[in-house]
Write a protein that binds this ligand. Structure first.
Ligand SMILES: CC(C)(COP(=O)(O)OP(=O)(O)OC[C@H]1O[C@@H](n2cnc3c(N)ncnc32)[C@H](O)[C@@H]1OP(=O)(O)O)[C@@H](O)C(=O)NCCC(=O)NCCS
Length: 197
């Protein structure tokens, strides 16, 4: 829905204002909501699964406590900023099938929004990541336009590359040189001044 806010810059939107927009978002087939403290086991189910971390240099989470620590950090980011990575559910269900969205990271020395998505293998291949990523990027560009959206992806991770492209990010070989590691290639949107509007 386009509302009056969308035509104005949002540089000064407070965490409270942003959380009213980001806290729970319904897409055509998904519910995207702020992660809850009780999502630890769902975090571990996704981040402890080797299949979902095949291209993750950090590998799988070793145990529930590791996933719960990441969950605490994500929830703190929500507290501080009013947005962050969502827990993802299929509409009319309560089971969390993955996580994703945008969150602040410093990359390499610049504050950017990292685009993230990781879903349980049982729901792959049905366009859910595309739906999630498009929603995250649309909201980010509308309400957080002061920060570029960046995805750092291993070249062999074709589903992730396709998802980033479907969400409107562009391959930016020029930014690969900014990268601290050589394992990832860079996709971005809103990285000015070099990117064409
Ligand atoms: C990346 C991921 C989230 C994609 O989820 P998904 O719901 O299956 O993705 P979608 O169904 O929306 O498909 C997105 C695109 O990837 C393509 N794709 C999906 N699975 C694919 C596969 N196995 N091989 C090739 N392309 C594939 C789709 O065709 C689609 O591209 P298209 O629209 O050009 O046809 C999912 O594979 C995943 O969770 N992977 C593990 C976590 C991960 O690697 N995250 C990225 C970290 S950088």
């Amino acid at each position: 829905m386009v509302n009056d806010n969308m035509s104005r810059p949002h540089r000064s939107m407070s965490a409270t204002d942003l959380s009213a927009i980001f806290d729970e978002v319904q897409t055509e087939r998904l519910v995207l909501r702020r992660p809850r403290i009780e999502d630890g086991p769902a975090m571990f189910a996704v981040h402890g699964d080797p299949a979902t971390n095949r291209y993750n240099p950090a590998g799988t989470d070793a145990d529930l406590a590791t996933s719960e620590e990441a969950l605490r950090e994500w929830r703190q980011h929500w507290e501080d900023n009013g947005f962050g990575y969502w827990a993802v559910m299929l509409s009319n269900t309560t089971k969390v099938v993955g996580f994703g969205g945008v969150m602040h990271v410093l990359w390499p020395k610049r504050d950017v929004l990292n685009l993230y998505y990781r879903l349980t293998p049982g729901v792959w291949g049905q366009g859910y990541a595309t739906e999630l990523a498009r929603t995250a990027v649309t909201l980010a560009r509308t309400y957080l336009p002061q920060w570029p959206v960046v995805a750092r992806i291993r070249p062999a991770n074709i589903p992730s590359i396709r998802t980033a492209e479907r969400a409107g990010l562009q391959r930016r070989p020029d930014l690969d040189t900014e990268n601290m590691d050589t394992e990832h290639i860079i996709f971005a949107l809103g990285w000015f001044p070099t990117e064409a509007p």
